[in-house]
Ligand binder design. Structure first.
Ligand SMILES: Cc1cc2nc3c(=O)[nH]c(=O)nc-3n(C[C@H](O)[C@H](O)[C@H](O)COP(=O)(O)OP(=O)(O)OC[C@H]3O[C@@H](n4cnc5c(N)ncnc54)[C@H](O)[C@@H]3O)c2cc1C
Length: 505
């Protein structure tokens, strides 16, 4: 066995790639293993929510410009309309998201071990021994932390015995990439809801002349997962639901999926953590799985890096579970609500009528949109048992506000790109003194008072969430408490980081 690695990540899907990118950004060495011989060429997800696009922007990953937008946010809710078109999800394939992240981790020097499968693990107080099968042999990796980003059937979750309660699937979805020959259906097939299921076709964002066609039957077993979906099986399901005998020319990838809904009881057990589909699975009707996964990774990355570096303790690492588990729960609940609004028709019809009237109120629409898209994610911020002073930005991902500094024009997102936290002192003078010793993890910037900030001091975590707002520049003591809460303490004489609490198993 080689030396102890800081972190091993199982799974190079979007969640594992994002996590590896976040760790490598702040120079934490990471090994990623994936059992596939190479990245999957097919794309499951087709929707990326603007909350993820904003998050990518905060890392300088602006690769989705020009992408079309979906016409609505709701994927099933009746009548929820665009309150703000700039919030609509983009039609971007999962493959494209993965490519962006693959390029990112490669640029940061992370090599992914494709064809290497995690087959065993054992954790103790000091670390995790990970058994890997690859290149015709089995070998062990020893790591301080292991993160299971290995998808809905996560081996890490099973081997580490995380409870994964929930419900089994009651639908059989089939989806694939096809060429539609009948011009009548190339623009879509009309409304997606039918008495026995759902169906839709949308143009493929990466492959001109191809469409993503989907057919989901209610009250149907998702049997035969090991048997590949054939063209005939897909066409027959589409015909049963819609009555349309879709004329298909070329076709590529097909898969089945269901609506099993499960959420890990905990996201952390000592030195083993779960993220993405490994922690939560649900019906993909709201386009949330990929988005929730990469946002899990953004939340976890800097906390894990802090634990490895020694300035983050148990409380910081546990905040990953406390903040992300409720989001995972919402991601599970939302598609269940969507399904109840569609099936069975006799109960769904009156429900749709009722909710259809409610969503005409902007407040209701806004509530639904913020939950469906992740734009409304707000983490509670409290210090020493006291909630932080209320402010409209507090707990939310900070918008990309323009800033004028002594060095020139910049913006919040640009200042967050290096993965450190950010203390914006917008009082228009020099930067707040007293935080220099945190420079390896916290950037302090003096700026002119700015729209959205006024003349406040704003503490932003590395994941872009606002941790504290000192509105009038007088809350020195509480600001310092907030800084040490998220960024540990520093002994200036030795410049050695000392965490508020040590990291135990
Ligand atoms: C039809 C369909 C449509 C969808 N549409 C959307 C959408 O529009 N928007 C959206 O946000 N989400 C959507 N989703 C959900 C989205 O695809 C998933 O949530 C997303 O792939 C989860 O990413 P992940 O990295 O957590 O897991 P995965 O993408 O499943 O990646 C897990 C990786 O782990 C690897 N692995 C597994 N076991 C091991 C092991 N033992 N050792 C090493 N490696 C291992 C796998 O090979 C894989 O590469 C859709 C899903 C489906 C099925």
């Amino acid at each position: 066995m080689s030396d102890v690695l800081p972190v091993v990540v199982a799974g190079a899907g979007p969640t594992g790639l994002m996590l590896a990118a976040e760790l490598a950004l702040v120079d934490v060495p990471v090994i990623v293993v994936d059992r596939l011989p190479e990245p999957m060429s097919a794309a499951r997800a087709f929707a990326i929510h603007m909350s993820s696009v904003h998050m990518f922007h905060q890392r300088g990953l602006d690769q989705f410009e020009g992408a079309r937008t979906f016409m609505n946010y709701n994927f099933g809710f009746p009548g929820v309309t665009a309150l703000d078109a700039a919030d609509l999800p983009l039609v971007v394939s999962q493959r494209r998201v993965e490519q962006v992240l693959e390029e990112r981790v490669a640029a940061l020097g992370v090599r992914i071990r494709y064809g290497h499968e995690l087959v065993g693990l054992e954790q103790d107080d000091l670390g995790v021994t990970v058994r890997v099968r690859g290149d015709g042999e089995e070998y062990d990796l020893r790591a301080s932390y292991l993160v299971g980003c290995d998808g809905g059937r996560s081996t890490v979750r099973k081997l580490a015995e995380f409870a994964f309660p929930g419900t089994d699937s009651t639908v059989c979805g089939r989806t694939g990439d096809v060429e539609i020959l009948d011009e009548r259906y190339q623009g879509g097939i009309g409304q997606p809801i039918y008495p026995t299921g759902l169906a839709a076709v949308i143009p493929h964002p990466d492959e001109p002349g191809m469409w993503r066609a989907t057919a989901i039957e209610f009250d149907s077993d998702r049997a035969g997962d090991e048997v590949p979906v054939t063209l005939e099986e897909f066409k027959a399901a589409f015909l049963r639901i819609t009555g349309i005998d879709l004329k298909i020319g070329r076709y590529g990838w097909f898969t089945r999926f269901g609506n099993a809904t499960r959420l890990a009881e905990r996201y952390r057990d000592g030195r083993v953590l779960l993220a993405g589909d490994a922690a939560h699975i649900h019906f993909p009707s709201a386009g949330q799985g990929l988005n929730t996964g990469i946002q899990d990774a953004m939340n976890l990355g800097w906390k894990l890096a802090a634990a490895v570096r020694g300035w983050g303790g148990d409380e910081l690492l546990d905040s990953y579970h406390h903040e992300r588990w409720p989001i995972g729960r919402e991601a599970c609940v939302y598609p269940q609500v969507q399904t109840a609004l569609i099936h069975p028709p006799q109960t769904a019809r009156p429900l749709r009528e009722f909710i259809g009237a409610l969503v005409k109120f902007d407040e209701v629409s806004r509530y639904i949109i913020e939950r469906a898209t992740g734009l409304g994610i707000r983490y509670p911020m409290a210090y020493g048992g006291e909630p932080a002073p209320e402010h409209p930005l507090l707990g939310y991902r900070i918008p990309d506000l323009p800033l004028r500094t002594a060095a020139g024009e910049t913006s919040v997102a640009v200042l967050l790109r290096d993965g450190r936290g950010l203390l914006i002192d917008a009082r228009g003078g020099t930067a707040s003194p007293g935080f220099e010793d945190w420079a390896d993890r916290l950037r302090v910037v003096a700026a002119e008072p700015a729209d959205g900030l006024g003349g406040a001091r704003v503490l932003v975590r590395p994941d872009g969430h606002v941790a504290y707002v000192d509105v009038d520049g007088t809350g020195d003591e509480r600001l310092r408490t907030a800084v040490t809460h998220w960024f540990g303490t520093v002994d200036p004489s030795s410049a050695t980081p000392s965490p508020a609490m040590s990291v135990a198993k």
